[in-house]
Design a protein around this ligand. Structure first.
Ligand SMILES: [Zn+2]
Length: 376
């Protein structure tokens, strides 16, 4: 019987991390996709690639046979990161400090992908097979809301009995059993331009109008219900000496339940310019529906928690995650979804991003046991 080794697992993780793959660097994302494809071929998977050109890298799918027939497990991961090329050579070099391994995307979520592949390879090396067929799906655009992958994820989800998502786990190894919905809105104000010196009084500032809208929108935040509205980006004006004609902003909203999404949408779409000489346009962007814990998800969680206990590396409980993932799409379709099965660590999307090396063996074991035992 071949056993899992920490060094080999860390090397496997690093093979993913050393290829930089911010979402819009299509070549970089596809290099990670090629790595995934090679590993899936080694596992005896049937490969499918769906081109994301011209906007994104490709989706890579590997279908691994199980002991029984379909419907099987959909294992979801994303191969893009938020870190621009140069992060590795600059602010976030790959390195080990004590139990921490650092690198861009190592926690979110290349570490998770790597241990999921390692779990399948581990079964293979020991002459074992997943009980259900496993479809491994690596998507290139999760960090920007999966605009290309969403329909493909939903199509696959409908054909599967269970979705497992190897996004980072919560604090202490918590698994994710629900996620809030995420809605994006784009605002544009149009004013009246004027020379800011001689004709200032004739101008109507689009930036001033946007500033008033921003305050109104952020005031809609309701922490008691976990509904938050964050104006995350803003831009406007063309010259310091001109009353600005345009301003634009993007609002990122956390909406735990579908009714919150409706409420926020109605309020934002009803906004009008405070100054009658100006216009305000509000456009809805990408929406990730919330996924809510069902009895089937509770059973999945209980099963995983019991396996983790057996392994001697308990999961520290369940959580509802604030941020979205592709698990939102599968969960919202009613496919029992267990998320946060990836690595432990901290600092996603920052220059402190790291995983905990001590989790690599037990979390790989947990995934291998899930593949061997599901459906519970
Ligand atoms: Zn992620």
């Amino acid at each position: 019987m071949k056993t899992l080794q920490t060094d080999a697992l860390l090397a496997a993780v690093n093979a993913w991390v050393e290829i930089e793959s911010p979402t819009y660097d299509i070549a970089g994302v596809n290099r990670v996709g090629a790595l995934a494809e090679r590993l899936l071929r080694d596992l005896g998977g049937t490969i499918e690639r769906i081109s994301g050109a011209p906007d994104f890298g490709d989706i890579v799918i590997g279908r691994i046979p199980g002991e029984t027939a379909e419907p099987g497990i959909l294992l979801l991961g994303h191969i893009d990161t938020v870190h621009p090329v140069g992060t590795l050579a600059g602010p976030l070099p790959m390195r080990v400090e004590g139990d921490r391994a650092y690198g861009p995307g190592i926690y979110d979520m290349k570490g998770g992908n790597a241990i999921a592949f390692a779990a399948l390879a581990h079964l293979n090396a020991n002459g074992r097979r997943p009980r259900l067929p496993v479809t491994v799906m690596m998507v290139p655009d999760e960090e920007v809301g999966s605009p290309f992958s969403r329909a493909h994820i939903e199509r696959e989800a409908r054909r599967h009995a269970i979705a497992l998502v190897v996004e980072p786990s919560g604090e202490g190894g918590k698994l994710t059993v629900a996620r809030h919905g995420i809605a994006r809105y784009y605002l544009k104000t149009t004013g009246v331009p004027a020379h800011a010196g001689a004709y200032h009084s004739k101008g109507r500032s689009a930036i001033r109008e946007m500033a008033r809208q921003v305050l109104a929108i952020e005031a809609m935040t309701d922490y008691a219900r976990n509904v938050t509205l964050n104006v995350g980006t803003i831009s406007g004006g063309t010259h310091e000496n001109m009353v600005p004609l345009h301003a634009e902003a993007c609002v990122y909203c956390l909406v735990p339940l579908p009714e919150h999404e409706r409420e926020v949408r109605e309020r934002l779409m009803a906004l009008v310019a405070v100054d009658p000489d100006m216009t305000l346009e509000v456009r809805q962007g990408l929406y990730r529906p919330s996924f809510v814990k069902s009895p089937a998800i509770q059973r999945l969680y209980d099963h995983a928690a019991a396996l983790a206990q057996e392994i001697g590396y308990p999961v520290a409980g369940e959580r509802i995650a604030g941020g979205g993932s592709d698990g939102n799409f599968t969960g919202a379709l009613g496919v029992p979804t267990l998320d946060g099965l990836g690595v432990l660590g901290d600092g996603p999307h920052t220059h402190q991003e790291h995983l905990l090396i001590s989790c690599l063996v037990p979390r790989t074991q947990l995934l291998a046991r899930l593949f061997e035992t599901l459906p519970a």
